[in-house]
Design a protein around this ligand. Structure first.
Ligand code: DQA
Length: 139
């Protein structure tokens, strides 16, 4: 299995950014533990703060990979373009969020990605990503 984790804006600051909301583990520490835990899966990672780069990556992997785990961060709530990209590809996408976006500000309650995602996992901290990996593996 070949999975791609795509992280959007500001997620490069995981570990230092609002640790009470997003935890104290850095993205790379977390990805290392995931790689160790799932040695039989090829798990790739891409992070960008730039909307168009996220769209290009979704297009690039979206016809050949077995699954995409997408945390588009703030673009979740604003980007018609990322929503359209998810709709345009054939690889299933699981939308994930670290925080429970429904327990937060109203503007975080809407997602342009969710209507075209296979499913959404949110509110479990970094474990949200792991639950998405497990879902792809159980198929
Ligand atoms: C987030 C939730 C978004 O609302 C926010 O803009 C983020 C992170 C999360 O993983 O909880 O940057 O996607």
């Amino acid at each position: 299995k070949k999975l791609m984790i795509i992280n959007g804006p500001n997620l490069n600051l995981l570990g230092t950014r609002e640790p009470d909301v997003y935890g104290s583990l850095s993205l790379h520490e977390f990805l290392d533990t995931i790689a160790e835990k799932y040695p039989t899966v090829e798990i790739f990672h891409f992070q960008s703060n730039i909307e168009g780069e996220l769209i290009s990556k979704i297009q690039e992997v979206g016809f050949t990979y077995d699954g995409i785990i997408l945390n588009a961060a703030a673009y979740t709530h604003t980007s018609v373009g990322i929503g359209d990209a998810v709709k345009a590809i054939t690889t299933p996408v699981i939308e994930v969020h670290i925080s429970n976006t429904f327990a937060r500000e109203e503007f975080r309650h809407h997602s342009y990605i969710a209507p075209n995602a296979k499913g959404v996992i949110l509110g479990f901290g970094l474990q949200s990503y792991e639950l998405a990996i497990q879902s792809f593996l159980n198929k």
